[in-house]
Write a protein that binds this ligand. Structure first.
Ligand code: IYR
Length: 223
């Protein structure tokens, strides 16, 4: 559905904090975000649907090109659909890892993560969320609406989504099976929506491990 509305301007007065409090808040948020890790070992414990809804609500607050909000989050809870998604993802990943579709450079870049074609976590987790990017909008009469900065907009929304899950103590992984067009069919989405990221969502397994990564220092992240 295309959104082509006129928005009148209204006052906006964001909260201001004393400088010391700004720094405290910024540090607390940074330290909280720095604890987030991508997880590949999940518990099958159920997660309230409301938590997933809150993460989508948060993603939906993201800025977007021309406020076109070119995202759609498909939420999947039923085991049969999760099984089908795992099966299809593993077919693609076997092409990547065992069928030689990953270039040698790509393989080298991934080696330290110990990833492989087994995507068992797609069935373990209670929820899968597929974020779709709306390449263009569709008016009720079927004509197309051009969308601007789709990748930037959807990427930001996914960042908000990941941060919201982390704030609730949930874990996820930005899984991008390659190619992932199969998700359009399984999720029953229309042709203007392109699969963007597949998020398995759940609690990290009690014995989950992550690679001992080091984030690059501020001196390299900022110029
Ligand atoms: N999509 C593949 C390969 C992969 C690619 C990147 I970039 C990663 O950070 C991890 C894996 C897979 O999911 O196995």
């Amino acid at each position: 559905m295309a959104r082509e509305h006129f928005h009148p301007f209204i006052p906006y007065r964001p909260v201001r904090y004393p400088e010391a409090e700004m720094v405290t808040r910024g540090r607390e948020f940074y330290e909280h975000m720095d604890l987030r890790r991508s997880v590949r070992f999940f518990s099958d414990e159920p997660v309230p649907r409301e938590c997933v809804e809150l993460a989508v609500r948060t993603a939906n607050t993201a800025p977007s090109g021309a406020h076109q909000q070119p995202w759609k989050f498909a939420v999947i809870g039923d085991p049969e659909t999760r099984r089908r998604i795992r099966e299809a993802a593993e077919i693609e990943e076997r092409q990547n890892y065992e069928g030689g579709r990953l270039t040698p450079e790509w393989r080298t870049a991934l080696a330290h993560l110990e990833t492989g074609s087994d995507k068992g976590y797609l069935e373990t987790v209670p929820w899968l969320v597929v974020c779709f990017a709306e390449k263009y909008g569709v008016r009720p009469d079927g004509t197309r609406v051009k969308h601007y900065y789709v990748n930037e907009s959807v990427g930001i929304a996914c960042g908000f989504f990941i941060a919201a899950l982390h704030a609730m103590g949930l874990s996820t992984l930005t899984h991008t099976p390659n190619p992932m067009a199969f998700l359009t069919g399984i999720c029953g989405r229309p042709g203007n929506e392109r699969p963007y990221i597949l998020f398995p969502i759940g609690y990290a397994a009690a014995d989950a491990e992550v690679p001992d990564l080091v984030r690059k220092p501020l001196s390299e992240a900022m110029v």
